[in-house]
Design a protein around this ligand. Sequence first.
Ligand code: 5GP
Length: 183
Amino acid sequence: MAAALVSSLSLLRTSRLALPYATRSIAFSHLSLGSLTASFTPLRPQRFVRHITASSNEEAAAKTAVDTGGPTIFDKIIAKEIPSDIVYEDDKVLAFRDINPQAPVHILIIPKLRDGLTQLSKAEARHGEILGQLLYASKIVAEKEGIAEGFRVVINNGPDACQSVYHLHLHVIGGRQLKWPPG
Ligand code: 5GP
């Protein structure tokens, strides 16, 4: 039992050093279900708790979010009524850091004019140009952030994909080894 516990902890410590933080969170959540003793020193417990809580919060937020077609928090960010960490901007798109990053680099790219694009499934042929501009902006952002060699572009569409803000946005994620398939 003691050997098994030490072995598990060694594995956990190795994982902590070797694995990206999202994966570490998963590893910890699995191991924490076991009967670890009081001698066990949690590895950055606040971060794990924050990550797990944030994930739960996002799913909960996505379940309650509704596509009303009304203004969203991103309108306030576009209008600079609330602060955001902007990394790229042109006349059509705005890119800023996600408030709840899932990786060392996590940027949101949005159209400044939503024009009915609350979600990708609302796209029409006339949106082709802005969709291309958003995708091209993701490449510019990846280069600016130094992750052009490996990054992921994600669009969550609708409640089943955990969309929580109904203003089309691309997530540009990188800066760590990304896993496949995604959750
Ligand atoms: P979704 O879940 O809809 O695909 O993504 C919405 C994203 O917007 C989430 O990752 C969330 O963290 C981010 N977000 C929500 N509110 C704000 C905010 O006020 N500022 C910033 N920078 N990001 C936000």
